[in-house]
Design a protein around this ligand. Sequence first.
Ligand code: ADP
Ligand code: MG
Length: 722
Amino acid sequence: GNAARVQAIHQITNRKPTPPKSPERLEEIWAENVFNLQKMQASLPKAVFKSIKKTIMTGEKLDASVADSVATAMRDWAMAKGALYYAHVFYPMTNLTAEKHDGFISVQGDGSVISEFSGKVLVQGEPDGSSFPNGGIRDTFEARGYTAWDVTSPAYIMETDNGSTLCIPTVFVSWTGEALDKKVPLLRSIAAMDKAARKVLTLLGNDEVAPVNSSCGAEQEYFLVDANFASQRPDLLLAGRTLFGKAPAKGQEFDDHYFGAIPERVQVYMQDVEETLYKLGIPAKTRHNEVAPGQFEIAPFFEAANVASDHQQMIMTVLKCKAKEHGFVCLLHEKPFAGINGSGKHVNWSVGNATQGNLLDPGDSPHDNAQFLVFCGAVIRGVHKYGPLMRAAIATASNDHRLGANEAPPAIMSVYLGTQLEEVFDQIKTGSVSESKHKGVMDLGLSSVPPLSKDAGDRNRTSPFAFTGNRFEFRAVGSNQSVAGPLIVLNTILADSLEWVGNRLESELGKGTELNSAIITVLKEVMELHGNVIFGGNGYSEEWHTMAVNERGLANLPTTADALPVLKEEYIEDLFKKTGVLTPVELESRFEVYAEQYILSIEVEAKLVINMAKTMIYPAAVEYLSKLSSTITSLSSLGVSLEASSAQTVANLASAMMKDVSALSEALATHDFATTEDHMKHCAFTVRPLMDQVRESGDALEGEIADSFWPLPTYQEMLFIK
Ligand code: ADP
Ligand code: MG
């Protein structure tokens, strides 16, 4: 019956609203919980501070004696703020955040206790990482990897209901030196990109060239559902998405939620989230409703990729924790509800340095324009050459529900440049540049490129990868993902392209070609070889899917089972090897971990589908049928007849559902696969369709059975009751 649902609605409607806290002054709380440079300066001897500051700026190894001083100051600061524990926080390959907590407590020989935190434990930790998937890098005998503080990312205090913890962002490495996490390859990809970018900048005639870093600003979409409902949905609790649920009479057709007024309860929650983030030094900047009912977005101001990536993980943690405190469940899944928009995470990405600024910003002098076109050309080449890798970087079981679903970009990687910039590259390609020789290459080529305005791109929302004026926006990334994976790929393919561009420029210049002609020659080559990847039309359309594959030769990799095997291809192995971002062993282990995750999550969902169908939906159908049949019988004894067609429909649907449940159980029992690839395919092309079939009958039953018999909170309730 629906007693629990009714009870939930009762509780929600009688909920005493959490009063909004009066907002604290931003200047006062900003980075209050971060042990940043200012706090170090205030608490460390001058010489020590100078040394740690240098380490932070250069990313060098921390000196042991300095580490001790820093650790002590950090501990004193943390304990004064109520922390009794510290944790090395790391980012395993699973998209999650992992931490191992240790107390500052140290028991002395005489049984007394002191609080202790040495430089050694600050700098290096030994979590028992044996339970983290490692794709075969370590067998369980030497299972322990170690964590090491990434000094470029500051320590902070995370306040939760269970008390405060000093958190130290770390890398996670095996004893044999292999990266077991997402941070190490991210740092390596930035280094590779930096090296290649500096060479190109020097070739472009810049006298002074500072280290080049990449920046990231990620827009995070999420859903909020009242915890009273979520707790009655095993699918939401265990899979993060609904596996059953009939579309409500009112969906998002009216588009009235987008940028509408934020419901008060949600607003109070958001303020609480933002205040927590400000204290953590995370620059939360925009908040608004999203397209679907119950869907929202938060976006921080962009930061250096490494820090932005750590901060993104913290944002996801805070969103979830705070939701609990406010009686919500925060769903970060890419497709929590069928039939309405899913959630993405737009990764805004650019590269730049202190001397030349943002290298993806057109700028306003011919020199800046030329430089911009070179970097932009390198990106175009990278996306064309390694589009399938970009697809693989965003391949998860949950993101597969979203990509290509007429609301999110297709699973085909292309670049959107905006009309103006596309024209410029077209001109370079068709050679209209060198045709009019009387004006000279310089005039027609680069100085005649009109100053590109910042918001040149008119924001094609259907493109997976769009230029938006001074950055690229990778829009196909899933809401539940770490941004590190996509950033690693973007930086690495740019490194590879810049390396190529650098070599080509060098050889042209070596022939005595003048710089601007050399640039045009190289860009023309980029366009001839890779211009096919540029697409400004509607990415959702059928025509594009056909054209992309048949005429342009671009890969369409609709499922994770299609996309992940790309990681095993030789040209991808070469890419990571030559840029030094991942060794072949590290790459292989990533394939294994991601494939395993994919298989696991589909199998968990399939089991849940079976379970819910058998123990919740079928019993509701039977109960309703029994009620119907006894009514029909007693009515007929009175000489009144009631059409039995509804009973027949319910019986048919229930039988059909159980037949599909059997087929699904059988499919799940299959276990002998020659390869991981075969196992993934089985999940994608056998298990998933059967799950959908079970759901189809289940959802139809929801439309037939009396509401008072229906056990699961409905879409209407979950999406519209706040
Ligand atoms: P929209 O919703 O129109 O795409 P938003 O303003 O919501 O744009 O989000 C844009 C994101 O891009 C923000 O996180 C912003 O800080 C970030 N961003 C802006 N400029 C850059 C840049 N040069 N490099 C990386 N990210 C950037
Ligand atoms: Mg955006």
